[in-house]
Structures are given as structure tokens and as C-alpha cells.
Design a protein around this ligand. Structure first.
Ligand code: SF4
Length: 239
């Protein structure tokens, strides 16, 4: 586990590492860049680089965190990657179920496997399940998420690469929007973000605007129409 600078979480936990690119949002994958850096630093956990790997020893960690934490699961991977065995995913879910004091935010781009495996998983209220959607081409991921029996469902529309004018937000509790950051960041348009914000307001869905991104994300900041949007879904788990 490590502290995270991501605005909508506190910590990251990576029981699996590594991934393969699946859609346009993956082009400048942060996890891949980080994995290369960690290999160069000789960090044993990243000996396999960006190859998919499971880490047994990570499964014990959440039990050791005494204070409640909001935890982004797999910032360095995709838990529903086809190379991750289903029994290992079940064990990750068992850990999350065993630790109701923490809120776990799981995010995937593999909507099909999420839906398929999701029917056989336990979904306590402290596990928030999300899909990444960067453009219109991959909005079908939202339908897979909707058919997954998670109690809290969210969308990460980041890096937002195009307009998403007709989002079906039925059964969705939270939407995060963000622009790409880094030297080759692709542009985001304010009109796309405002349109999504309006769709969320109409549907009564919590809206979080993470960042404009670009080459210097500190400079571009996270104000939208002069204000920040930091809404979060209501936690449904019983402590
Ligand atoms: S799914 Fe996520 S972790 Fe995997 S390559 Fe794409 S951006 Fe990177």
C-alpha cells in the first residue's frame, strides 16, 4: 500500500501488477511508465515489469491497517485482466469483505469479464466498482457495470478523449471526469465536461472533476466554471 496523490482516493493497494493495452485511453498508461521506473530501481515486486503478476503477500495487508481508509485497488494493473485467475480475484474480494472499515475502489476497462465474474462474487457495500470510459467507442463498458451486482457503481471518464453526450446513468452512483496529463497529453474540451456535469446533475449522480491535465496539471488545476466538484457517493456499508 502507498499514499496516493489521486484526488478521489487516499491509498493504493496492488495485489496484482502489470497489464496490456486495450483501448485508446491506455496509450500513455501511467502504470506502464511507473512499472518501468520501478524495474530500473530494482523493486522486487516489479521484477516482471509490466507483465501481469499476482502477489500473494499483498493479500494480508488491508488487515493490518487499523484506521479506515479509502483504497484504490490496482492502480498498477487491471483486476479483471484475463490473465488474472478467477480464484485470485475471489481472494481479493474476500479480503475486501473481511475489512468493512475500509472503502475499496476497484476500476477496470474489462467490462465483459467484470460482468461474467461479477455474478459469482460477493459485493459488500464497502467495495465500489467502476469502469473507465474515455470515449464513445467504449461506453458499452457501462452496460456491463450496470449488470454487475455491486452496491456502488462508478465511472472514471479519464482521460476524457471525446464528448459523451448520451450517457445512460441509470444504476450509476458516481462519475469522475479528468483530462490526460503528461508531455503528450491529448486535449480535453470544457464543453464535454460541462455536458457530463449537467447529465449527472439531471440524473442525481455524484460528480467529481479531477483535473484538466495537460503538460502542467498543477497550472491547469481543477476548477470548472470557477468551482471545484468533489462529490462522492454515499457509503452504504455498515461498519
Ligand atoms: S487498462 Fe489501465 S493499467 Fe491496463 S494498460 Fe490500460 S491504462 Fe494501463
Amino acid at each position: 500500500m502507498s499514499q496516493s496523490s489521486i484526488e478521489w482516493t487516499e491509498m493504493t493497494w496492488n495485489p496484482t501488477t502489470g497489464c496490456t493495452k486495450i483501448s485508446a485511453g491506455c496509450k500513455y498508461c501511467y502504470a506502464e511508465v511507473m512499472a518501468k521506473r520501478l524495474v530500473a530501481m530494482g523493486v522486487p515486486k516489479y521484477a516482471a515489469g509490466f507483465e501481469v503478476a499476482t502477489h500473494e503477500d499483498e493479500l494480508a495487508r488491508p488487515y493490518t491497517w487499523k484506521a479506515p481508509r479509502t483504497v484504490f485497488v490496482n492502480s498498477m494493473s487491471d483486476l479483471f485482466h484475463p490473465k488474472i485467475p478467477f480464484p485470485f480475484i475471489q481472494r481479493v474480494f474476500r479480503v475486501m469483505q473481511d475489512c468493512p472499515r475500509h472503502t475499496f475502489q476497484v476500476l477496470t476497462k474489462r467490462g465483459e469479464l467484470l460482468e461474467q465474474y461479477g455474478q459469482a462474487l460477493e459485493w459488500p457495500g464497502n467495495v465500489w466498482m467502476g469502469v473507465s470510459v474515455e470515449n464513445q467507442k467504449v461506453v458499452h463498458r457501462i452496460d456491463h457495470l450496470r449488470r454487475t451486482p455491486a452496491q456502488v457503481r462508478f465511472l472514471s471518464l479519464e482521460p476524457l478523449l471525446g464528448p459523451l453526450p448520451d450517457l445512460d446513468l441509470a444504476g450509476i452512483h458516481w462519475v469522475i471526469v479528468g483530462g490526460e496529463s503528461g508531455p503528450k497529453a491529448r486535449p480535453i474540451k470544457e464543453e464535454w465536461v460541462l455536458d457530463i456535469q449537467r447529465q449527472c446533475a439531471r440524473a442525481g449522480v455524484a460528480f467529481f472533476f479531477k483535473q484538466w491535465g495537460g503538460k502542467n496539471k498543477k497550472q491547469t488545476g481543477r476548477l470548472l466554471g470557477g468551482q471545484t466538484y468533489d462529490e462522492m457517493p454515499t457509503r452504504v456499508a455498515a461498519y
